[in-house]
Design a protein around this ligand. Structure first.
Ligand SMILES: Nc1ncnc2c1ncn2[C@@H]1O[C@H](COP(=O)(O)OP(=O)(O)O)[C@@H](O)[C@H]1O
Ligand SMILES: [Mg+2]
Length: 274
């Protein structure tokens, strides 16, 4: 067993029946994620900068009364498994991606629409709260939003930041598929391949996440299986026309389409969330 996982399990009460959550698309991002009883545990070998920052984000949000129950620890330097672990309470409920699966899988079905709109509205309300409290998430995507009843929660806070908790490494964007055009332009056109993030870009990212989860297609299309990295997709987002929602939607759904179109407005200042 991963020595970091063993350390986490030893420190946590009620961490039974541990299962690993595979990284999406088999991507090796250096971290491993597990569910153990009431906990979600993430481990990362040394120097574990991203996991250290994520732990700092959770701690800062706890101090602000925005989160509860974070635990974290590390192994001593020099140990072969040296690194860090972070545990947060498991939130019961589907991710946004899972919540919209019926729409993607059963074409033409309009069943359970109210539930989909509620999930989208809950995610929008949560993003508005993040921005009201001066937080930016940095990786808004369908797998990083858990829908718990009428509430939604953002997880995976490795790129989150606040005026009093800066990101300690250059920001190269979150997942490419939900990247806003103005962020994509910075990433593909700048020498540093780093970008500034603003709330309006996250409003776009949420619109893109909901569009992707509902239709199966993010605004500029999916990555070609042969693409080595996100470069081509970022180019398409930065400089190409977006796909028409009408052509991708599984069925007409005016309320949800309005929400998506308003969030994806090409002019950042004209984007809005309900
Ligand atoms: N607190 C949580 N409650 C419920 N599910 C979670 C929680 N944290 C993570 N998950 C599930 O685990 C997956 C991976 O966790 P995440 O923090 O996004 O790690 P990664 O860095 O591998 O993307 C999520 O997409 C979600 O399905
Ligand atoms: Mg994630």
């Amino acid at each position: 067993m991963d020595g970091l996982l063993r350390a986490a399990l030893g420190a946590l009460d009620g961490a039974a029946g541990c299962t690993q959550i595979p990284n999406p698309a088999g991507l090796d991002r250096g971290t491993r994620t597990y569910r153990a009883g009431g906990w979600k545990i993430k481990t990362m070998p040394a120097p574990a900068l991203r996991l250290h920052h994520e732990a700092c984000v959770y701690q800062a949000r706890e101090r602000q009364g925005l989160h509860r129950g974070t635990r974290h620890g590390h192994l001593d330097d020099g140990h072969p498994d040296a690194g860090r672990w972070l545990a947060v309470p498991w939130v019961p409920g589907p991710t946004l991606w899972e919540a919209f699966a019926p729409a993607r899988n059963a074409h033409g079905s309009s069943a359970a629409r109210g539930g989909l709109l509620d999930a989208a509205l809950a995610a929008a309300a949560e993003l508005r709260r993040w921005h009201r409290d001066a937080w930016l998430h940095g990786d808004v995507q369908p797998a990083n939003i858990v829908v718990a009843g009428r509430a939604a929660m953002f997880i995976d806070l490795e790129y989150a930041r606040h005026p009093r908790l800066r990101l300690p490494y250059p920001y190269r964007g979150g997942i490419a598929e939900t990247t806003a055009p103005e962020v994509a332009r910075q990433l593909v056109d700048s020498q540093q391949h780093a970008a500034e993030l603003h709330p309006e870009a996250e409003v776009y990212a949420l619109g893109a996440a909901i569009r992707w989860a509902w239709t199966g297609h993010p605004p500029a299309g999916r990555r070609d299986p042969g693409d080595a990295g996100p470069g081509r997709l970022l180019h398409a987002i930065a400089h190409g026309p977006p796909r028409a929602l009408r052509e991708d939607r599984p069925y007409p759904f005016p309320e949800l389409e309005d929400l998506i179109e308003q969030a994806l407005h090409p002019d950042p200042h004209r984007r809005a969330l309900p």
